[in-house]
Ligand binder design. Structure first.
Ligand SMILES: NC(=O)C1=CN([C@@H]2O[C@H](COP(=O)(O)OP(=O)(O)OC[C@H]3O[C@@H](n4cnc5c(N)ncnc54)[C@H](OP(=O)(O)O)[C@@H]3O)[C@@H](O)[C@H]2O)C=CC1
Ligand SMILES: O=C1CO[C@H](CO)[C@@H](O)[C@@H]1O
Length: 334
């Protein structure tokens, strides 16, 4: 799946919230441009094209895939639609940059990988935090054992949002619920830090409006590394993690996307109480796009995405099993 041919021109599929940001990021990445945008309706495609200076507005996603002025597609659709359009794009010979979660199940993600491989196109899931310069520093510290023996990982991603109907995050058919949407981040963080898949887990959820609005999981990895992960739509904004080792801990309060008004940052707390704050410049989305259009092998990111998807499947199984209602309490003595 190394990919053939250069990638310059992107066709964008879907005109939602994330589209606005990524279109701007693609257009401001050296060597990349958005040449066409597709929507289910021509009016919406045209509105977006006019707003963002995109040459072609296309009605219908199929029509985008047959265009000669598109080398790669950026898929910004609800999660349950990712697999279908990623596979269709690969079969049309287009490289695939797909929003997270890559798909809604490991079986679908494997099918996407197989289609991209069979058609020699590049594939990357748009999990942008993995591409920040700061993440390279995390990787380096973990490899050199800066925190000593790893013990516990904590990660939480949430925001408070009483969604309106029509929102894909509330529609199970579209891959709604916080596990795929936000659990993707905390699972990717735990997998990134532990470097492997968990061997055991237990998870629970709070369901409202037909989907999981909050999920909490505890995971066990080899070598006694553990993790507690939390995500949800009913607590205020969190995008945090902590990695606790025998010698020091790493704390980061903005790992999924740095706060807009300050540089990406993290802290290292050592056993003596000394705290070092580190800050990092750079734009993770542009770096991700540059990596996607380059020729570096993307296999490590493929494995990271497949493992993340697998962890999500396992958490889903665990929450379905964990529906134990406690028996009635004993009578209270007055
Ligand atoms: N990387 C990041 O930081 C973020 C990633 N995301 C991810 O991006 C993807 C899209 O999320 P978001 O932009 O918030 O979604 P939106 O609901 O804002 O947009 C989704 C788009 O998909 C198209 N679509 C096609 N069929 C449907 C359908 N049945 N229901 C709703 N939309 C449909 C629509 O475009 P049209 O009508 O033009 O065809 C719509 O605008 C998700 O996978 C999400 O997880 C989201 C936010 C941030
Ligand atoms: O990936 C994402 C990042 O954060 C958003 C909220 O701010 C999510 O809903 C989204 O899907």
């Amino acid at each position: 799946m190394s990919g053939e041919g250069s990638i310059t021109r992107f066709g964008v599929i879907g005109t939602g919230r994330i589209t606005r940001r990524l279109v701007a990021d693609i257009q401001s990445t050296d060597g990349a441009e958005v040449s066409a945008i597709a929507s289910r309706t021509s009016q919406r495609a045209q509105w977006y094209a006019d707003q963002y200076g995109i040459a072609a507005a296309v009605e219908g996603y199929e029509s985008l895939l047959v265009r000669d002025d598109v080398d790669a597609v950026y898929i910004a659709l609800p999660p349950s639609m990712h697999a279908e359009w990623a596979i269709a794009a690969a079969q049309a010979g287009k490289h695939v940059l797909c929003e997270k979660p890559l798909t809604v199940a490991t079986s679908q993600s494997l099918a996407v990988h197989a289609a991209c491989k069979a058609n020699s196109v590049r594939l990357l899931d748009a999990t942008a935090w993995l591409h920040h310069e700061r993440t390279d520093a995390f990787r380096g510290w973990l490899q050199e054992g800066r925190f000593g023996k790893l013990g516990h990982i904590t990660a939480a991603v949430s925001f408070f949002h009483p969604f309106q109907s029509g929102e894909h995050r509330l529609d199970p058919e579209l891959g709604g619920g916080c596990l795929l949407d936000l659990g993707w981040y905390v699972c990717s963080l735990a997998r990134f830090v532990a470097g492997s898949l968990p061997n055991r887990m237990v998870a629970g959820r709070i369901v409202r409006q037909g989907v999981a609005q909050r999920i909490t999981a505890m995971l066990w990895f080899d070598d006694d590394v553990t993790a507690t992960l939390s995500c949800g739509y009913d607590t205020s904004t969190r995008k945090w993690f902590e990695v606790a080792g025998s010698d020091a801990s790493l704390v980061c309060d903005d790992f999924t996307r740095p706060w807009h008004d300050r540089p990406a940052r993290c802290w290292i707390h050592d056993a003596a109480g000394a705290v070092e704050q580190l800050t990092f410049e750079g734009n993770q989305e542009r770096r991700m796009i540059a990596r996607f259009i380059g020729d570096e092998p993307l296999d490590p990111f493929h494995q990271q995405a497949l493992d993340t998807q697998h962890m999500i499947d396992a958490i889903q199984e665990s929450v379905e099993l964990a529906h134990h209602e406690p028996s009635a309490p004993p009578p209270r003595e007055c």
